[in-house]
Design a protein around this ligand. Structure first.
Ligand code: TUI
Length: 307
């Protein structure tokens, strides 16, 4: 299945792994790339030298290219932006902000730049600044989200820009991929399903929480402060939403949730920790290797789209 995205990135299948904080480390990224998709190392809030080390470790286990997601709210975003150039990374995606100030540096280094956007306005602006493609990420996604749904955002971004569009948010099987292609996408970004892959290093409790999740188990914290984050409902989200309704400031709530994603991913504390996951968690019901996931999804999408 060839699209402008598979050609541009030199990948076999039009599947990109989400750059998930604390989850998208070198084992997962290398496994997705080795299986024919594009794996990403999530820069998240990690110091630049940690990201450099992850890039090198991924390169040591696969010859296939592995990209990096630069999380623009990170205090280390500027240094990470330079590290990707120094390490010869070929593809960069960005999240949670506008990467304009790094675009010239990345383009000069020959890096394919793919900002994640949650609006038509930012997609158009990114095209103007030289982005090679955009990920249009709907509010079904896990983590930091925008307001528009994938179903509405993807076709509007497709109509607004000439560069290829990658759909994200709510995609977890071949039907989702086929639907995204019907909306005009030329690849998809998948996060939540890869969290439960065999190669994913997240704590078993976290994986089981996703596997057990039902359709209505998704919650959004921080919406009233303009920092919406989607995760699975638990004691933490109930407490957060209660304090949010009581009018606690964003700063107080941020302090409360400091380190809670790490607590869930690494320590397996899925009660007080933040279990970021997309709305598609309800449909994800088994742990498989990344290759099994990709092969299964591609076969299903291929049948639906007559590839
Ligand atoms: O970035 C993501 N998802 C993330 S980042 C993350 S780490 C984090 N954890 C807690 C709080 C905050 C961050 C977890 N999940 N997805 C890409 C994405 N980008 N979704 C939405 C956006 C976005 C939103 C507004 C991009 C740009 C934007 O406005 C930029 C501007 O200046 O116009």
């Amino acid at each position: 299945m060839k699209t402008r995205v598979t050609e541009m990135l030199g990948i076999e299948f039009p599947i990109i792994q989400g750059g998930m904080a604390w989850v998208a480390e070198h084992h997962l990224a290398a496994a997705v790339s080795a299986a024919g998709g594009l794996g990403l190392i999530g820069g998240a809030n990690a110091p630049a030298e940690v990201v450099r080390d992850e890039i090198r470790k991924a390169k040591a286990i696969t010859d296939k290219p592995v990209g990096v997601n630069v999380m623009l709210l990170s205090p280390y975003a500027e240094e990470v932006a330079k590290v990707v150039v120094e390490e010869g990374v070929k593809v960069v995606t960005t999240g949670a902000g506008n990467p304009e100030k790094y675009m010239d540096m990345w383009k000069a280094a020959g890096i394919k730049v793919i900002p994640v956007v949650a609006s038509v306005a930012l997609a158009k602006r990114m095209e103007k600044y030289g982005a090679d493609a955009v990920v249009a990420e709907g509010t079904e996604s896990g983590g930091h989200i925008g307001e528009a749904t994938t179903m509405t955002l993807v076709p509007q971004v497709v109509d607004a820009v000439s560069i290829p569009v990658i759909a994200a948010g709510g995609i977890g099987d071949g039907r989702g991929i086929a639907a995204a292609f019907m909306l005009g996408a030329e690849a998809v970004q998948i996060g939540t399903r890869f969290v439960v892959s065999k190669e994913s290093i997240v704590h078993e409790n976290y994986k089981q929480r996703i596997i057990k999740a039902k359709d209505i188990d998704s919650a959004v914290t921080g919406r009233s402060h303009g920092h919406p984050v989607r995760c699975l409902r638990n004691k933490m989200t109930r407490e957060y939403n209660r304090l949010e309704q009581e009018g606690k400031s964003f700063e107080e709530l941020e302090y409360l949730t400091l380190g809670t994603l790490r607590k869930a991913v690494q320590d397996g504390d899925i009660t007080d920790g933040t279990v970021m996951a997309g709305q598609i968690a309800g449909m994800i019901n088994k742990e498989q290797t990344c290759k099994e996931m990709i092969d299964e999804m591609m076969e299903q999408a291929g049948k639906l789209l007559n590839w």
